[in-house]
Design a protein around this ligand. Structure first.
Ligand code: SAM
Length: 222
């Protein structure tokens, strides 16, 4: 049986922690995320994309550079993360298509829109009550919105989690290794996510394990 979940703090609102996260090299998994999205969405992307828990904006920047006909809104509850994200998007000259709002999900401060896509990367495992993500998605989606939620998945045991850290983040600073380990222990399994989707009435979404450590829920809403 998989080890029980150990939650971690929801927000990454410590400036040092946000800076360490921003400095980490996620280029491999984040560029793969764009490729995976293209494969799943399988059509030209336009309209507006909502990114819940955008953090320091590395994924958003990659999406905005790839999908030049789309606009993006990034939401996060952490002011230090949003400062980093705004700086990144500004430096990349993408501010005309990418904007941000600070909101602690669930929140009335998330802009309403006819979203083409609602996505979220590595937010779910932070949430003490995962249903708030699925309810927020339902509240902001319209018929035809494409949902794309990617996250870590919880390993079988603490030793399996430690092995992944040693293998995948052996050379990273201690603060990042600790965050990564805590995140793996806080993540959900694919079966748990399927139950969450059933409970939320989102059973049309497909849940897949991707690679060694990730899980993806995706699909169009009716
Ligand atoms: C691991 S980071 C992921 C950032 C980014 N999506 C990425 O993939 O690089 C998780 C982010 O979710 C934010 N977060 C966690 N719980 C939140 C909540 N309830 N409302 C808003 N943001 C939240 C944290 O502040 C953090 O920036």
């Amino acid at each position: 049986m998989t080890m029980p979940r150990t939650v971690e703090p929801e927000l990454m609102d410590d400036a040092e922690q946000a800076a360490a996260y921003d400095a980490a090299d996620f280029s491999h998994s984040h560029s793969q995320r764009v490729t995976l999205f293209e494969r799943c969405f399988a059509r030209p992307l336009s309209g507006t994309v909502l990114d819940l828990g955008c953090g320091s904006g590395d994924v958003l920047e990659r999406f905005a550079k790839k999908f030049t006909a789309a606009k993006f809104i990034g939401i996060d509850g952490s002011a230090p993360m949003l400062d980093l994200a705004e700086g990144r998007i500004d430096s990349a000259n993408l501010s005309s298509r990418v904007s941000f709002a600070q909101a602690f999900i669930p929140s009335p401060d998330i802009p309403k829109n006819d979203y083409t896509v609602i996505m979220s990367h590595s937010l779910l495992h932070h949430l003490h009550e995962p249903a708030v993500l699925w309810q927020t998605i339902k509240e902001h989606a319209c018929p035809g919105t494409f949902i794309f939620v990617a996250d870590l998945r919880r390993p079988e045991s603490e030793s399996a989690a430690q092995h992944l850290i040693d293998t995948l983040a052996g050379n990273e600073p201690e603060v990042l290794r600790r965050d990564f380990y805590n995140s793996l222990c806080a993540a959900f399994t694919a079966d748990e996510i399927k139950h969450q989707l059933d409970a939320a009435g989102l059973q049309d979404l497909r849940v897949e394990e991707t690679g060694d450590i990730h899980v993806l829920a995706h699909g169009f809403l009716r």
